[in-house]
Design a binder for this molecule. Structure first.
Ligand code: MSP
Length: 464
């Protein structure tokens, strides 16, 4: 990949539910990083999208009396609408039902097959008729379905398998020689433990439902939804036909995902890429979960916050700021309307809004709305201090962004907002505007009108 390119992706969201704050949190974080890299002059490719196959999606469609395609078109539209409301700056919105993705999946299969990594075998699972779901033995609760607690039936299905076990050792080596492959590094050990236990081969075809990508060369079977979904990351980069784009953007710099899907991204996806002879992404960044003050968000508890609604009510910036400022990226954190309102009032209105208001109204009043020039020789120690605060803020913000520590980047930036407010307090532009001494000076004879105006211009210019 060329050095000036930067490819960042988020998980592609399931379309069996409406967009919620957890989805928004991930997209806003990745968006902040994409924007930061663009500011650094990188040629950024930022991909988000929707994961549209699988049994659950088929079931949601059936429950609504819709064809799966109709259903996914509608929900994918809802996601696109929400991201527009949140001003997400993605370059690509990939949908796994798109022909470009089907083609990419077929090509990846050809490669994995040529590597000798596919075979037909018996998948043994526990089937819950009521939930229409297969469970591995490890997920059962006292021998029953973990969702509805009803008895399950042992089912054997002839399926295609991917030789995931073959990649246990290569992955261990990759983890060891790339200690920052999984970020934050605190998450790495958990994945290493899975490798230490040894990997089992993965069943990657399904024949109990049909809403999926047809399994190449095996009518009646569809590709397991995860095996299909992960491939979106290379589809978006141009696989298999757009070689220049692929060379430019692949391997990705960052896959940004939530902690519940870490194994898919740090073990299964890399194994698929190794099998297909493709390079691995540089980093997988695993973020924490957005919780509500009453705990996990869930439809049944009625505490799901719709991000589009919140952005409509308070503005995209207020929501984006709260999501990035309130939670240390990588950890779980709580977001609610009340928290947003507090952040809005305290940080955005009092600190930033107040600064803009103080400076803006005076520029409007005294300089016809045009930022005046800094008068020669009228800068002093107050300006030097602010300049220093500005350098520190920019260093802290950059360090925060580089480390995916958005709360720290914003805290750093707010150092400048606070310093600029103090600067205005101390420089007292309203006094200079009234033809009096500002800057804390208390001299008997008033300053010359020209001097006062020059100083006023400098303060308003520096403050803005
Ligand atoms: N479709 C899969 C991902 C396939 S990627 C090849 C999926 N979809 S999801 O809709 O369930 O989740 C999408 C992303 O949102 C995941 O990264 C998930 O971790 C994240 N979140 C879902 N709920 C969340 C919170 N409450 N908080 C933060 N992120 C969470 O998994």
């Amino acid at each position: 990949m060329s050095r000036d390119a930067f490819y960042i992706t988020t998980a592609i969201d399931y379309v069996n539910a409406e967009p919620h704050m957890g989805h928004a949190y991930e997209k806003v974080g990745a968006d902040a990083m994409a924007r930061y890299q663009r500011l650094r002059g990188k040629d950024v490719r930022f991909t988000i999208g929707t994961d549209e196959h699988g049994q659950k999606v088929a079931e949601s469609a059936a429950a609504l009396g819709l064809e799966p395609q109709q259903h996914v078109d509608r929900i994918a539209g809802r996601f696109q609408e929400a991201w527009k409301q949140l001003e997400i700056s993605h370059d690509d919105f990939i949908r796994t039902t798109q022909p470009r993705h089907h083609k990419s999946v077929a090509e990846l299969f050809t490669r994995v097959q040529s590597a000798g990594d596919l075979y037909l075998g018996d998948y043994v699972g526990w089937y819950c008729k009521f939930e229409e779901t297969f469970w591995p033995e490890t997920k059962l609760e006292q021998g029953n379905c973990p969702t509805c607690n009803r008895p399950v039936q042992k089912i054997t299905e002839r399926n295609w398998f991917f030789k995931l076990s073959k990649y246990t050792e290569p992955l261990k080596r990759h983890f060891q020689s790339n200690p920052e492959f999984i970020l934050p590094v605190a998450r790495r050990q958990e994945m290493m433990n899975i490798l230490e236990e040894g990997l089992e081969d993965l069943s990657i075809s399904r024949s109990t439902f049909q809403w999926g990508i047809p399994f190449p060369g095996h009518p009646g079977h569809v590709v397991y939804v995860w095996f299909d979904a992960l491939i979106n990351y290379i589809t978006s980069a141009g696989f298999p036909d757009d070689a220049p784009s692929l060379a430019r953007y692949w391997p990705a710099d960052y896959h940004v995902i939530g902690k519940d899907i870490a194994k898919f991204h740090t073990i299964i996806w890399p194994a698929m890429l190794l099998s297909a002879g493709l390079p691995l992404p540089a980093h997988v960044f695993i973020h924490g979960f957005v919780l509500t003050p009453t705990g996990k968000m869930s439809k049944s508890l009625g505490n799901v916050i719709a991000p589009g609604e919140m952005a409509g009510k308070y503005g995209a910036d207020a929501l984006r700021y709260t999501l990035l400022r309130e939670i240390a990226w990588g950890q779980d954190g709580v977001v609610s309307e009340e928290i947003l309102v507090n952040r809005y009032n305290r940080d955005l209105a009092n600190d930033l809004g107040n600064l803009l208001h103080r400076i803006g109204t005076q520029i409007q009043k005294h300089f016809g709305g045009v930022v005046p020039p800094v008068a020669e020789g009228s800068s002093g120690p107050l300006e030097s201090e602010l300049q220093q605060a500005s350098c520190e803020a920019s260093r802290a913000a950059a360090a925060g962004y580089e480390a995916f520590a958005f709360h720290q980047a914003l805290e750093g930036a707010w150092g400048l907002v606070r310093a600029a407010n103090q600067y205005v307090d101390r420089a007292e532009p309203w006094k200079w505007a009234a033809g009096k001494w500002g800057d804390g000076l208390r001299l008997e004879t008033p300053p010359a009108a020209e001097q006062a105006r020059a100083r006023l211009g400098t303060v308003l210019s520096v403050g803005s």
